[in-house]
Design a protein around this ligand. Sequence first.
Ligand code: HEM
Length: 131
Amino acid sequence: MTTVREPTTPYEALGGADTFRRIVDRFYDLMDSEPRFAELRAMHAADLAPMREALASFLGGWAGGPRDWFEANPGRCMFSVHGEFPIDATTAGQWADAMKQAISEADMPSADLAAQLSQRLTAMARAMGAN
Ligand code: HEM
């Protein structure tokens, strides 16, 4: 007899809200404390608490979880959000490196999905810095 498995989202397969919160908290802790991310840190507001909420909510919804960020920001495109910031290859690289490290330390249930998440976000960040 075969077992029928419910289809699942990357969000669920990666561990849900806790995982995304852990990644985002580590990402901003790294940005806030490591001199190699200084240029990226300088672009952000002094208080990173609102960004911790926003990025965790965005990434969770993007991975197939609750759509809170998208419902609060109808039609808002992540590339347009960043169009107003002077992102270059240096700051895009810092974003990608901090995110890669945060993901690799998050101890996720699927190493394969974690690698895919890292690759996708790195590609997105580098595209934002390519203008
Ligand atoms: C390429 C390098 C990137 C830089 C330099 C950058 C920088 C920033 C800055 C300065 C802000 C505003 C922060 C503040 O007000 O304190 C912001 C907001 C945000 N960024 Fe990025 N970002 C980058 C890439 C990304 C990527 C790849 C994503 C998503 C995959 C992302 C998701 C967000 C989100 C969700 C917000 C908050 C938008 C809102 O809810 O208002 N960022 N980013």
